[in-house]
Structures are given as C-alpha cells and as structure tokens.
Design a protein around this ligand. Structure first.
Ligand code: PFF
Ligand code: NA
Length: 460
C-alpha cells in the first residue's frame, strides 16, 4: 500500500477509501450482527428494544465512531500512542492514554470468548456439509447444539483453529492479509443473508417475525434492556476500545471521516436487521422460544437449511461466511495490541502477534469451560447483580455493558471538551459550519449524558 506523507515512515495506509470502508465494515459486521443481535433482541422482547438500539446507533454510535477514527488518523499510531500524542500536542494530562490501555484490555477479553463462538460456527460448517441438518427436527437440532456445548474438547479444538486463522492473518500484516479477504467476502455474505430472508418470507410466519422486530411494545422494555441496547450499539460498531482508532491510523488524509463512519454504521445495521428478518420468522414457524439465548441462530437456521432445496450448499456457505465475518472482526480485536507491540523496539509483528494470540487463546479456555464443566462456577456471585454469571457471561457483561460505553464516554469527552478545536476542524473538514456545530454539540452533551444516565440508572 502507498505510504502517505501524513504519518510516520514505515506506517502503511489503506490503499483507498473503499479499502478502509471494507476493513472497518469487516470489523463491525460479525457475530455481533448475526449471532448476538437476534438473541438479545429475543431475550429483550423485540420491537422496543430494537428501537432503542437504533437510537443508540444514530445518536451515540455514529458520533463516537467519527471521534475515534479522527483520533486515530491524527495520532497515526496504536491507540495508546495516538492518545499520548494528541494529549501532548494540546498540553493535556498523560492520563488520557488510559483510554487506549482500557480498550486493549477489553479487546483481549472480547476476543477470548468471540473466538469460542467463532468455533461454534466452524463446527457448523462441518455439520452442514456433512448433511446433518437434512430432515432434522427441532429436537435433533437442539441436541446437536447441546452436545457441542457439553464437550469441552471439541469446543477447545475449534476455538484453537479459529485463533490460528486469526493469528495467521494478523501476522501477515495489513494489506496482504486483511484487505483482500474482506473485499470478496463481504458482498457474498450480504447476498446469502438475502437468500435467507427470502426463505423466511416463504414461511407462513414472516409477518410475525417482522412485527416482533419492528412493532415496539414498551411494556417489555426493562432498564437492563436499555443498558444492553446501548452496550450492543458499542459492541456491534466496534467502538469504545480503540479498534476504530487503530484502523483510523491507517486512513489517508483526503478521505472524509464522516461519510465513511456513516457508511460503515449503515452497513452494520442493515446486516443486523436482515439477520433478524431471516431468523424470527423461523423461530415462530417452528414453535421455538425467541428468548432461547446464545444458541438461537444455531437452533433456527439449521432447521431452515434442513428443509430448503439446496440447503446443504446454502447452509455450508452460510456458516463459512459467518466464520469469515467473525474472523474479520477478530482480526480487528488483535490489531491494536499488535500495532502497539510493533512500536516497542525489538518486537517484530510476528512475535507480537504470537504473544498476544497465545494469551487470548489461553483466556478463551475459561469460556470453553463456562459452557460445561464450570457452568456452575459463578466467580462474582457475592454481588447480587452478577449472581449466576459464568466467566463467559462476565466477560460479555463487563466488556459490552461497562468498558465499551465507558471508553466511548471518555472519547467523546476528550474530543468534545479537551482536544483543540483546530484539530477537529482540520480532520473532519466539514464544510458546513452548522453540521460541524451540531456534531460537536452531540459529542459534548448528548453522548456523555446518554451514557451517564444509562449507567446511573443501572447502578441505582
Ligand atoms: N463489531 C463486532 C461484531 O459485531 O461482531 C465485534 C467487535 C469487534 C467488537 C471489534 C469490538 C471490537 F473492537
Ligand atoms: Na457488528
């Protein structure tokens, strides 16, 4: 990729605006859209939750994504060092670098369980290709999933395969590894989701699924649900932990950050809604439970693949693409840490990737065990809020519901109140003064207030 003059030498850049959009979409679109969004929507009663989630994306997610990419491009290095640079330039406290440090910690935790779920998808590639879905019913499909979770060795195997894939790509570096794969596979994923929505339309329950997603029933919305929606907005857009900063550090100067961030957010949201439209009609058509939890897509989609013509092919393709979507997100979780390692003298990209990857892999074993042998181990049960939560549940809860929103809050405070105004105007080059003012207003007041209100409600 071309070296621009806006960053230090040896720091490569994305080859084009499109390449960045694809990579950032690759980070955003992942298990969060296809696995997590449908199951938390099911658990939180549908429409009202979806509405809150969409509001969080528009009002909080997009402005923070803009802020994060901007910090990254201006700093031109890993999250910690970009924050260090920007704080230095404007004569601010060194403590701001903790935004980067906190994000790296969160990305370790997320990747450790993300990889285990990616492993589920890997094992379902085999199940589909082997024809195991054909002619199956709710019970056999349920048993298939149950058996997978009950077996720590199989889970560990697929978790390991997934991590090896991620390590191999990250070790090869930015353009040769990441750009190419994402370029081809994102559009195919999109097309396949459309096929699945088409299938869902052919069932008698498409309208039920549609209503479940889009007809708000506020009596079903809890404060916990609002926190979940906010947390998921961060999770799904890969925000609040420096990933978009790291990707922004590779962004050429002439690219519009605002347009890019909006595009990425829209793509991510559309994929999540398509996944919901594909899955909920099947839930109702087969008399399944919308609130079934993390196994939802692994218990609904295989039924569809088992019944439709060409289901073996479509099913196999679908789970391959799910793996790909997961891998492109996982890459982005490892990248900031590796970029930081590279900046330390004497650590090569390969070594950095291996060290970081190995630590994450080891941490993932806690999630593997949470699903079976340690399903009764609840490390924080002395706190009522965390009663009954396994390691896996806690990693998920802490990252999505606490660390990411907190990171987002700090990022918006930094850009809204502390960073020099000149910097923001230069980076964003929003010609329209009013639009720029509106954006700053959101970052200064709306975003911090919203995150804080949700936090306080939940702690109270
Ligand atoms: N955005 C990804 C998804 O929706 O699957 C998950 C993710 C990637 C979260 C990168 C956070 C992150 F930094
Ligand atoms: Na996402």
């Amino acid at each position: 990729s071309a070296a621009g003059d806006n960053t230090k030498k040896d720091h490569p850049l994305w080859s084009s605006r499109m390449a960045f959009i694809l990579a950032a979409s690759g980070s955003a679109v992942g298990l969060g859209n296809i696995w997590k969004f449908p199951y938390i929507t099911g658990e939180n009663g549908g429409g009202a939750f979806v509405l809150v989630y969409l509001l969080c994306i528009a009002l909080i997610g997009i402005p923070i994504m803009i802020a994060e990419v901007m910090i990254g491009r201006r700093g031109g290095s890993s999250p910690i060092n970009s924050m260090r640079q920007l704080a230095q330039r404007d004569g601010l406290s060194k403590r701001w670098i903790w935004i980067g440090g906190m994000g790296m910690l969160a990305s370790f935790l997320i990747l450790s369980f993300y990889s285990v779920i990616g492993g589920w998808a890997l094992s379902y590639v085999g199940n589909s290709a082997g024809g195991l879905f054909v002619g199956s019913d709710t019970e056999t499909i349920g048993a298939m999933f149950g058996n997978l979770l009950a077996d720590p060795y199989t889970l560990l195997l697929w978790h390991s395969v997934f991590m090896v894939l991620v390590i191999m790509i990250v070790a090869r570096g930015l353009s040769s590894g990441m750009e190419k794969a994402i370029n081809i596979l994102m559009p195919v994923l999109f097309a396949l989701l459309l096929v699945m929505v088409g299938y869902a339309m052919s069932t008698d329950n498409f309208a039920d699924g549609f209503k479940f997603l889009f007809q708000p029933d506020f009596s079903k919305l809890t404060t916990e649900g609002v926190l979940t929606a906010l947390g998921h907005a961060f999770f799904t857009l890969s925000l609040g932990m420096g990933v978009m900063m790291a990707y922004g550090s590779y962004l050429p100067k002439n690219v519009s950050i605002v347009k890019t961030a909006v595009t990425v957010s829209v793509v991510d949201t559309v994929v999540a809604l398509l996944a919901g439209l594909a899955i909920f009609p099947l839930v109702f058509a087969n008399g399944l439970e919308a609130g079934a939890g993390p196994g939802l897509i692994f218990q609904t989609l295989p039924l569809a693949f088992g019944q439709m013509s060409g289901g073996v092919l479509f099913g196999t393709l679908f789970f391959i693409l799910l793996v790909v979507a997961a891998v492109t997100s996982a890459i982005s979780l490892l990248e900031p840490v590796v970029e930081w390692f590279e900046e330390q003298k004497g650590i090569s990209r390969l070594t950095g990737t291996l060290i970081a990857g190995f630590c994450v892999w080891g941490l993932g074993i806690l999630t593997v065990l949470s699903l079976n042998l340690w399903s009764d181990v609840h490390p924080l049960s002395m706190f009522e809020r965390f009663a009954g939560k396994t390691f896996f549940d806690l990693f998920d809860y802490f990252t999505a519901n606490l660390i990411m929103p907190l990171g987002g809050l700090l990022i918006s405070l930094f850009v809204g109140w502390f960073m020099s105004k000149q910097a923001g105007e230069n980076e964003l080059s929003i010609g329209n003064k009013l639009a720029y003012k509106a954006f700053m207003f959101v970052l200064r007041f709306i975003t911090p207030a919203a995150v804080m209100v949700v936090f306080i409600y939940n702690l109270a």
